[in-house]
Design a protein around this ligand. Sequence first.
Ligand code: 4AD
Ligand code: MG
Length: 425
Amino acid sequence: MEFMSIKEALKKGHGRVAIRGWIYRERTMKDKVFLVIRDSSDIIQCVVKDKEYEKAKDLLIESSVKIEGTIRKDERAPTGYEIDVSHLEVVHKAEKYPITKDQSIEFLADQRHLWIRSRKMTAILKIRSTVFGAIHEFFRKKGFYEFQSPIIIPGGAEEGPTLFEVKYYGKKMYLAQTWQLYAEAAMFALEKIYTIAPSFRAEKSKTSRHLTEYWHAEVEVAWMDMHELIDLCEGLIKHCLKKVLEECKDELKILDRDYKKLEVALDKKFLRVTYDDVLKDLEKKKIKVKWGKDLRTEEEEKFMEGKDVPVFVTHYPKDIMAFYKPRDPLRKDVAICFDLLAPEAMGEIVGGSQRDIDIQELEKTLKKKGEKLKDYGYYLDTRKYGSVPHSGFGMGVERLVRWICGLESIKDAIGFPRTMERFKP
Ligand code: 4AD
Ligand code: MG
């Protein structure tokens, strides 16, 4: 008989079925064994007795098996159906599984290669896969080209201290924090480009939102201003929410995620405020932030309290922004840039801006930041040959997945997380 997934077997609901997978739970009685089998699609309870009993009775969890039998409704079974097993084939007898109930987060992190099989991780990884697919689909439908930038680069783009060094034939190179500077060059060929690629940040912070290696969805678009860019960003996030709500309700339920909150965010327009508005709001909440200082995590969280949709915060002080964010001609001390803050204390999930196309201003800012102009030669060239207005943003995919899944830590939004303290397995 041909194998089907457990989900397909549950859908069939009657008659003969053949499945294969791993023992998720087992309970041995005097004359029968209850095996809950899992595969990537779902779990199902199986009852083994008579001639197959001997084979099943001392199997440990995570042993792999093939099963044939008859499926029928059973309200008491975990997924509402049960298989009466007529044939059991043991593919591999597992050793005693190191993961049992109620183990510490650190222990589970050490056992990540095994913990990844858990129902929780499986659900998260499916949602993550759906989000990646949604990002590609969104941009490709809009006629964007996928462009890949180098990972090993001669210099930075965001803050210097978060660069990882790489030994490169006796020279010092770095791991890319962003595709942006190369994307700005490629944009002249392709106009509308995007990528999803790893970015690297040597973060010293041990927070629930920082990884040292994360997946970065980035876009760069010719002729686009910041307001159009913000609309594009809202469209992207809503497309991801929509796809997950359409395809991953079961997974959200496994995670105990109150997905009504995501439906609300999908239905409403995201808010748009300025940095100045945030400071005013915080002042009302008795929190004083000196104008010109970046917003700290606690301040962002205070500001987001009670908000049920993401908020675009625009026009941050120019002096604390990356060199490529342009001065606003109408208000010289702020830059034409934005951060998108997610509700539920999830913090910044996107950062973006219009790009400075004034070469003198760019050179001045780079010098002020202590950068060597010769390191940016190729970048400044883009402002010499047919320069055009353009904009782009970067979204931390794990940050989005963390919010969608409602996760305590960003570490669970990726298969094998890398942080300052966690780099094995
Ligand atoms: O705000 P950032 O630093 O902006 C850039 O890198 C721009 N060059 C992007 C662009 O315009 N093309 O990073 C963008 C996003 C952040 O909003 C955040 O979601 C994510 O990348 N991010 C991280 N995610 C996980 N761990 C970290 N250490 C992250 N640092 C940034
Ligand atoms: Mg940022």
